[in-house]
Design a protein around this ligand. Structure first.
Ligand code: CA
Length: 267
C-alpha cells in the first residue's frame, strides 16, 4: 500500500500540532474493554477463547460462520478479530481478502483491523499464505491460551500506536492519514489523492498560512512557480467537499496561500 507521507514526518507534525489546539485521537485506547471478534465454527474452541478473553478484561463477540463474522465486523467495529480458516460457508482467507480490500469493503469494513488467524492448517506454507493475504499474525492449532493472549495484546498495542500516530482532528474534521480517510461531523468525505495530500499538508498546522509555492512543492513536487491554477482548483474542490452549513475548512489568504481553520470562510 502506498502512502503519501512517511511516518516520520507525520510524527513530527503531530508534535508541533498539539500546542495549536489539535489533538491526536486516542479513542482506541479509551475503551477499557477492547472488543475481540472470534470467528470460529467449533463451538468448544470459540467458547474456550471467549471465556478466557472475557476473564482477561476483553469483550468477546462470537461468530460461527464467515457470514455472521462479516456482519459483526461491519456492525460492531471490533478492535481485533481472531479468524479460523475452515468455516462452513466460506474460507476464512476469502473473508480476510475482502476485509483488506478497501473497494470490496465499501467503507463498511475497517481494512486496518488487526487479524490473528488461528487455524488447524499449520504448515509453513499455510502460514505464509495467511500472512500474505493480510493476517497480522498466525497461530496454528492446537494452541495454548497464554500464547493467544500475548499475541492479541501485542497486536492491540501495535494498532493503538498506529491509531495515535495516524489520526488528526481539527474541530469537526477528522483525518486518518494511514487509512486516507476523512470525516466531517462524523460523515465520511471522499477525496481524490491530491485533495487528500493537500488537506494533509494544511492539517500539519491548521492555523498557519502555507505559501502557494510551498504547497505546490510539497504536494505536487513542482519546483517552478506558475502552476497556481492547479492548486487553486484543488483547494476550491476541497473546500466544497469539506464545507457544511456550520463550518468551512480551507481558507484562501489572498496573495499568500492557504490555511485550514475550523470557522467561517473569510473571503
Ligand atoms: Ca473450523
Amino acid at each position: 500500500m502506498s502512502q503519501p507521507f512517511p511516518d516520520e514526518s507525520l510524527n513530527v507534525n503531530l508534535q508541533g500540532v498539539d500546542r495549536d489546539g489539535f489533538e491526536a485521537l486516542s479513542d482506541m485506547s479509551s475503551s477499557s474493554r477492547p472488543t475481540v471478534l472470534i470467528i470460529e465454527d467449533d463451538a468448544a474452541t470459540r467458547r474456550f477463547i471467549a471465556d478466557n478473553l472475557s476473564a482477561d478484561g476483553y469483550e468477546p463477540l462470537e461468530a460461527d460462520s464467515a457470514g455472521s463474522g462479516r456482519r459483526i465486523l461491519a456492525g460492531d467495529r471490533p478492535a481485533l478479530a481472531i479468524l479460523d480458516l475452515g468455516l462452513p460457508d466460506r474460507d476464512g482467507l476469502e473473508l480476510l481478502a475482502e476485509l483488506r480490500d478497501r473497494d470490496r469493503g465499501h467503507g463498511e469494513l475497517d481494512p486496518h483491523l488487526p487479524v490473528l488467524v488461528v487455524s488447524g492448517r499449520g504448515t509453513e506454507l499455510d502460514r505464509i499464505r495467511g500472512l500474505a493475504r493480510g493476517a497480522d499474525d498466525y497461530l496454528p492449532k492446537p494452541f495454548g491460551y497464554g500464547e493467544l493472549r500475548e499475541r492479541v495484546a501485542a497486536l492491540l498495542r501495535r494498532s493503538k500506536m498506529r491509531g495515535l500516530a495516524g489520526r488528526i482532528r481539527v474541530g469537526e474534521l477528522e483525518l486518518d492519514a494511514m487509512a486516507r480517510e476523512v470525516w466531517v461531523e462524523g460523515r465520511e468525505v471522499y477525496l481524490a489523492k491530491k485533495e487528500f495530500a493537500l488537506l494533509r499538508a494544511l492539517a500539519a498546522a491548521p492555523t498557519r498560512v502555507f505559501a502557494r509555492e510551498q504547497l505546490l512543492r510539497d504536494v505536487w513536487g513542482f519546483r517552478s512557480p506558475g502552476r497556481t491554477r492547479t492548486l487553486d482548483s484543488h483547494a476550491s474542490r476541497l473546500r466544497r467537499k469539506l464545507s457544511t452549513p456550520r463550518s468551512a475548512f480551507v481558507v484562501n489568504v489572498w496573495g499568500v496561500g492557504y490555511r485550514l481553520i475550523d470557522g467561517e470562510v473569510e473571503d
